[in-house]
Design a protein. Structure first.
Length: 284
């Protein structure tokens, strides 16, 4: 299913999963409370402001349900020069969907984003990295069938991914065509890969470790993929009562990720994922 050929890049990728504070997998919030307490507008504005101040363009993986509830948000993202990609519609794990449900979510989200912005997504990221070569091999073919050119859903981490999987972008071959796969940044150690590219790990591990990992990727000609959720730049926003361990895994330290993210944005070069793929397609 995978090609051994690796791309070469001198730029990295900053990605944003555009979801609200309550979009935590396997947790349902009543619809009225969710709308009454929506923070995604405020939180995404903080992300956009930070990227604008650093002169960086990124890739925003947007939930279709969020785009529907906040119809001005996707146009604001593209008007700022960023790439819009798909995060699915409902934030349900792909492993919980049938192929038909997954295909429907893809098409529904793509049609709405195209209607709102004129930009049809060519990239996809599954909620909580829930694509899997063993459990959902059909998903990659469906993505290719619907015209997607890249995916960013496979993580080389234990428990939520394959710790033996590739750490660098690589090609996935399907019967319907090929996709570029973008794993998130991890730091390899003797004890396994560390999740330094986003989430709790991005705020927990030392900034100098993340910086060194980015430098290592650059020396190897590979892009480091960072990811952030708007809630991580909204430290005053609400949070769900999930229990001590799950709260830490979901939120990490309560402090905002803005400071260390800004340092990386100022210290390295970044491009939207779609532009990296265009470069590799031209070179192949």
């Amino acid at each position: 299913m995978s090609s051994n050929r690796q791309p070469v890049a001198t730029c990295h990728a900053i990605t944003v999963d555009v979801e609200d504070w309550y979009h935590v997998c396997s947790h349902d919030l009543p619809a009225k409370r969710a709308l009454d307490q929506a923070r995604v507008d405020v939180a995404t504005a903080a992300v956009l402001d930070l990227l604008r101040s650093c002169g960086v363009r990124g890739t925003f993986f947007m939930l279709g349900s969020v785009a529907q509830q906040h119809p001005d948000l996707a146009p604001r993202i593209t008007a700022a020069g960023h790439e819009l990609a798909s995060h699915g519609w409902s934030h349900r794990l792909v492993t919980e969907l049938t192929p038909e449900e997954f295909s429907c979510e893809l098409e529904r989200t793509a049609e709405l984003l195209e209607h709102q912005t004129g930009q049809r997504p060519i990239g996809f990221r599954a909620p909580r990295w829930s694509l899997c070569r063993k459990q959902t091999p059909w998903a990659f073919e469906l993505l290719a069938q619907q015209g997607y050119r890249y995916d960013s859903s496979l993580t080389p981490l234990a428990l939520i991914g394959d710790p033996r999987g590739p750490r660098e972008p690589h090609r996935i071959i399907t019967a319907a065509g090929s996709l570029w796969e973008f794993p998130p940044l991890v730091t390899p150690t003797l004890f396994g890969n560390l999740p330094v590219g986003g989430g709790w790990g991005f705020r927990f591990f030392p900034g100098r470790l993340i910086n060194r990992t980015m430098q290592s990727c650059q020396q190897q000609g590979q892009p480091g993929v960072l990811f952030v959720h708007p809630r991580e730049l909204d430290p005053q926003g609400p949070r769900l009562p999930l229990g001590i361990l799950r709260e830490f895994v979901t939120y990490g330290p309560r402090s905002s990720a803005a400071g260390r993210l800004k340092a990386l944005l100022q210290g390295f070069d970044f491009k939207p994922m779609g532009e990296l793929v265009d470069t590799w397609q031209t070179a192949s």
